[in-house]
Design a binder for this molecule. Structure first.
Ligand code: ADP
Ligand code: TRP
Length: 321
């Protein structure tokens, strides 16, 4: 069976761009193969230096992903640090990874350009990511465009290891959902935590409404017809509402007499209803942390079992007794 693997960093709060760009495709991939999905807390350590917050974010991320549709019965779902074999494999892989390969990584270069202080963790981030992927012999890795290079680096590292020691790893394929648009934020730029323009999935009602009512618009008067495709309101609406409702909103924009305020209200109502079942599930899980913990432990057991054959073989190949 096709093995699909993806990781998500525990960022604190998820926004609707994360949902459409990565979470929903991941949830849907549970229908076509065996999904291996984990919370990449070790990766977050490269930039977050606050232990209590790190721990809180990790539990929140486990709850969020289950609330949004990761099914721990059907998929293997775990917290990265619960599988220590991944750190061990990172070391073996690091020794067949040329410096130049990591020096060329955009994510690392961008971080440096933004003035993020360089540390060894940030530099070797792609080696840890390669270990995540290769430990489970993954075939397909669905990622955002920004992570494509890291999957290519993973293939290079796997090929180097296989050439040095003999066949140990499957070469994974990145899968980029090109069809999924970049979701704009409330200011019209790409929605991103770092721009402060997000609409949170699990924000409270008042705050969410306020964010949506604050979406930037142009000064076209209420009576005038408006181009829906130039509006952030419609761009977000159509991605969630389905074709029929989107068509109705587009017609209202074009016919005039429909103000941006009305459109924003409609967008809010639709989003609030869309995420209602997920909010309810989240509340239920947050009130049952013993269950969440049990899922986490079972997930770690399943993941370690799936990794056992590979790590054993790799230890033999490299000559670690
Ligand atoms: P942020 O930009 O808010 O820091 P991340 O880089 O943590 O978000 O995003 C995690 C994943 O969520 C990305 O790999 C990408 O697939 C998806 N994603 C983030 N923002 C958007 C967006 N505006 N539109 C579509 N997908 C997005
Ligand atoms: N680096 C990914 C991101 O920032 C998260 C991640 C870590 C990941 N390990 C992975 C994604 C393995 C896919 C496969 O989004």
């Amino acid at each position: 069976m096709l093995r699909i693997l993806s990781g998500i960093k525990p960022s604190g709060t998820l926004h609707i761009g994360n949902y459409l760009g990565m979470i929903r495709p991941m949830v849907e991939s549970q229908k076509r193969g065996q999904l291996f999905c984990f919370i990449a807390n070790l990766h977050s350590l490269t930039t977050l230096f606050d232990g209590p917050r790190m721990a809180r974010n990790s539990v929140d991320a486990l709850i969020d992903m289950m609330a949004l549709g990761i099914d721990p019965q059907r998929s293997v779902f775990w917290l990265q640090s619960d599988v220590p074999e991944v750190a061990e494999l990172t070391w073996y892989l690091g020794n067949v990874t040329p410096m130049g390969l990591l020096e060329r990584c955009h994510a690392y270069k961008d971080a440096l350009a933004k003035g993020v202080p360089a540390n060894h963790g940030l530099f070797s981030y792609p080696v840890l990511m390669a270990a995540d992927i290769l430990l489970f012999q993954s075939n397909i890795v669905p990622v955002g465009r920004d992570q494509k290079q890291h999957v290519e680096v993973t293939r290079d590292i796997a090929a180097k290891f296989n050439a040095a020691y003999g066949e140990a790893f499957t070469l994974p394929e990145p899968e980029i959902a090109e069809a999924i648009a970049t979701i704009p934020g409330v200011d019209g730029q790409k929605m991103s935590k770092s721009y402060g323009n997000t609409v949170e999935i699990f924000g409270d009602e008042k705050a969410t409404k306020k964010k949506i009512m604050g979406i930037v618009t142009d000064p076209t008067p209420v009576e005038a017809p408006k181009d829906p495709d130039k509006s952030v309101i419609y761009s977000i609406y159509k991605l969630f509402a389905g074709a029929d409702k989107a068509k109705t909103m587009a017609e209202r924009f074009l016919s005039g007499g429909y103000g941006y305020g009305d459109a924003k209200k409609e967008l809010f109502e639709m989003l609030w209803a869309y995420f209602e079942p997920f909010r309810n599930k989240r509340k239920e899980l947050a009130g049952n942390l013993d269950y969440v913990d049990e899922v986490r432990k079972r997930g770690a057991d399943k993941a370690r079992e799936a990794a056992a054959g590979t790590i054993k073989k790799v230890r033999e190949l490299v000559g670690v007794l």
